[in-house]
Design a protein around this ligand. Sequence first.
Ligand code: PLP
Ligand code: COI
Length: 342
Amino acid sequence: MADVQLDWNNLGFEYRNLPYRYRAYWKDGAWYKKELTGDATLHISEGSTALHYGQQDFEGLKAYRTKDGSVQLFRPDRNAARMQTSCERLLMPQVPTDMFVDAVKQVVKANQDYVPPYGTGATLYLRPLMIGVGGNIGVHPAQEYIFTVFAMPVGSYFKGGMTPTNFTTSEYDRAAHKGTGAYKVGGNYAASLFPGQEAHANGFSDCVYLDPVEHRKIEEVGSANFFGITKDGTFVTPKSPSILPAVTKYSLLYLAEHKFGMKTEQGDVYIDDLDRFAEAGACGTAAVISPIGGLEHQGKLHVFYSETEVGPVTKKLYDELTGIQFGDREAPEGWVQKVELD
Ligand code: PLP
Ligand code: COI
């Protein structure tokens, strides 16, 4: 690695302007001018639909430095597929999977000195993003789009990392029952800013949202999915049309079942039935696995395993998932893709 000197062990989750990003433009049915650029600023019309009507979507994935110094991606094809469904929902053009994965690999290769060293736990976070642009004012889809992928080295998303932190339920919703919760679109995150700030102000890591119909069932965290391990060892994660179908969650469901022989369940997780769980956590690309110590609901804190120690099943799943991502454990077929470096 070249001589990029960063405090790799204490990066947090912060924006950083790296030397290169990928950009592509869409008009009249085709992507054009697909290339890396050093320009971190987008020059767009004031009439862009992304600015007025939220016609935009994004993804999040990571590049991992392995012990032998190579760099690999974790299931980038799943992020490409999810972005395609988000684009379909918002009437935006699709980025074909090959183009998406190629763009991500180009950005990793061009910024390879910023992929954190193996052993620090830090990674290179990639943010693919699409916006509707051009002069518009009516509520209708844009005629032009920009797809960009930028990157930055990151550490833990939640301050605790693998140390449990407490969460709280919210009286607000981030997404409607058949709205856009199942798509990775900015509006969901705009809706989560106020409840998230309230949660932080009250000393919690983030909110856990309840179902928008009755507020009886757990949906997900504003930036990650919820999972619980029942007292008899079943891996449970909520099922709902308004939560994000997520790469980490489906990977954990697979590993729980196929690697550890656990029972798994996607179903209803009632907020008044938390006693069934021995452990709970938040999972996602940024969050990895972040153990939930306690969950506050209507003024009462329900502690799962412990407020200070991570439970054994959560730890076992974390070790397997991150072992695969950093190349220390054998990955199921097709889960990791090497990035060719110089
Ligand atoms: N749920 C929400 C709302 C998210 O923002 C994320 C992060 O992308 C996740 C879940 C986890 O998704 P993934 O595991 O695909 O990163
Ligand atoms: C991710 O985990 O990649 C996310 O997009 C979550 C968040 C930073 C919004």
